[in-house]
Design a protein around this ligand. Structure first.
Ligand SMILES: *Cc1c(COP(=O)(O)O)cnc(C)c1O
Length: 370
């Protein structure tokens, strides 16, 4: 038995990260400024993408991207049926209609082969999600977009969980028109709240920078308000915190991969189905998500809590959530069977920098005794 409780997740903010943020606080320059500029440059360089804009969180980024696409009432946006609910909420926020697509059973990512059937005259965008730190099949999706879909559809990658994930060496978030990232404490690196949009199209990021700051066009050096924007700015002390963590992101990912390897080697319970990583993908293990067979998940969560291990649901079957169920009345169990199964039997187990191999072995051993 572990002496202390092992929570499901815990950010690893180190003293030197804190020192960089403190320095900004002492300077008196708190809001978006030079540190945000530096973070954007460093993030773009890390991801090998041309442009980046830091925003207040990973929902503001998705929202702003949809506004920039000009999506609104009457438009449809395809989203996976299994994700964090923000992916669909932003579609509602701009007055458009989310069209749900089932996921793959083994990767928990959108089933790209099922997208074509959902494309209609009203489809304006797709938001593929890289669930739990694994890129969905962006190569196939972008190929379909180029060859199969006659109408122009924007691709907004929700890479909130997948900073550093790759498919064939190319970073998740850099395949589509926009890639969106989050810096919530559950993600790879964190500033409490924070978000980032990236794009190879300079015009698309320039507009985002206007929208995030009350519609001010800063490029002219005057206070010209060119549109009704938001206040979706990041502060400079958050940017400093993130920049400091970014410099060890590769180390964080490598360590989590080592921990995941221990889970793969040590979990040997036929009632626990391990996640699948397709060939050519680098998983970043934002979440280690297993599926339970012939066990009540709520019982398992309770039992593990008794053994000092924190676990929880992985993500939601969005059309089953009260707001979406009431509004769209979709037969979600039948329409999205894989999303429903992942939602009702999936379990997120601890994986983060502060855990030791010994902790992971203890968790695996406890899972084997279920
Ligand atoms: C965390 C998350 C978001 C939202 O990010 P916030 O920064 O919390 O707003 C959006 N989509 C997915 C898939 C997420 O995991």
């Amino acid at each position: 038995m572990s002496k202390t409780f092992i929570p499901l997740a815990r950010p690893d903010i180190q003293e030197h990260d804190i020192a960089t943020a403190t320095e900004v606080l002492r300077s008196g320059m708190l809001v978006q400024g030079v540190k945000v500029d530096a973070l954007e440059k460093n993030m773009a360089a890390f991801l090998k993408v041309k442009n980046a804009a830091a925003l207040s969180n990973g929902t503001a980024t998705l929202h702003t991207a949809l506004v920039n696409f000009g999506i609104g009432p009457g438009d449809e946006v395809i989203v996976p049926a299994f994700s964090y609910v923000a992916t669909a909420n932003v579609v509602e926020l701009v007055g458009a209609t989310p069209v749900f697509c089932d996921i793959e059973e083994r990767t928990f990512n959108i089933d790209v082969d099922k997208i074509s059937k959902l494309i209609s005259k009203k489809t304006r965008a797709i938001i593929p999600v890289h669930e739990f730190g694994l890129s969905c099949d962006m190569k196939k999706l972008m190929k379909m977009k180029a060859e199969k879909w006659k109408r122009p559809v924007f691709v907004l990658e929700d890479a909130a969980c997948a900073l550093g994930a790759t498919q064939n060496g190319k970073f998740a978030g850099t395949y589509g028109d926009y890639g969106s990232f989050s810096f919530h404490p559950r993600k790879a690196i964190s500033s409490g709240e924070g978000g980032l949009l990236v794009s190879n199209d300079k015009g698309m990021i320039d507009r985002v920078k206007i929208l995030r700051n009350h519609g001010i066009d800063g490029s002219k050096g005057t206070m010209d308000f060119v549109e009704a924007g938001f206040n979706y700015r990041m502060t400079d002390f958050q940017a400093a915190l993130l920049d400091s963590q970014l410099s060890r992101l590769n180390k964080i990912i490598a360590y989590k991969q080592k921990l995941a390897e221990v889970y793969f080697n040590e979990i040997k319970n036929p009632k626990i189905i391990l996640p699948h990583v397709p060939k050519g993908h680098q998983h970043t293990w934002q979440t280690f998500h297993v599926m339970l067979r012939d066990m009540s998940r709520d019982d398992v969560i309770k039992k593990l809590r008794g053994k000092n291990i924190g676990t929880n649901y992985g993500a939601q079957c969005i059309p089953a959530q009260t707001y979406y169920a009431n509004k769209y009345k979709l037969k979600y169990k039948k329409l999205y069977p894989n999303a429903w199964t992942a939602y009702t039997t999936g379990l997120a187990i601890p994986i983060y920098e502060r855990l030791s191999i010994k902790d992971i072995k203890y968790i695996a051993k406890t899972l084997n005794q279920l």
